[in-house]
Design a protein. Structure first.
Length: 134
């Protein structure tokens, strides 16, 4: 399994298993944009990597964008609650990878804005992981 795919699976599994996240979105964590009826939810957005190699270690920093979506009559509160729950589940979490190694994961930033004519709250969570590739 690729390092990126394994990291995404670990993040997905963590979000789905977290009681606070599940209380807000059930199991609606998607790899791609949601259908209009699947709000609120979290989706995986863009990601990028940069090398962090050392002698005898193939390392990388990977940044993943998580998008939080809610439609609550133009209000942002629910989206903010989901963002905070996701942050609490992931920030400095002790996640295990099967093949590769996760050195550190942290939530780097969060922001929120309105889309869709003011109907959809869109939160952006930037997660950064320090990884060692097997």
């Amino acid at each position: 399994m690729s390092v990126s795919a394994e990291l995404q699976k670990a993040i997905y599994d963590t979000l789905i298993a977290d009681a606070a996240v599940s209380a807000l979105i059930d199991d609606r964590v998607y790899d791609g944009r949601p259908k209009a009826s699947n709000f609120p939810c979290i989706t995986f957005g863009p990601s990028d990597t940069r090398a962090d190699d050392m002698e005898c270690i193939d390392g990388r920093f990977e940044t993943i964008q998580l998008d939080v979506w809610s439609r609550d009559q133009g209000k942002m509160r629910r989206c903010k609650e989901i963002m905070d729950a996701a942050r609490n589940a992931l920030h400095f979490a002790d996640l295990s990878l099967t093949v590769n190694a996760l050195v550190l994961i942290r939530v780097e930033s969060m922001r929120i804005f309105m889309e869709g004519g003011g109907l959809t709250a869109h939160g952006v969570i930037t997660v950064e992981a320090d990884l060692e590739q097997a």
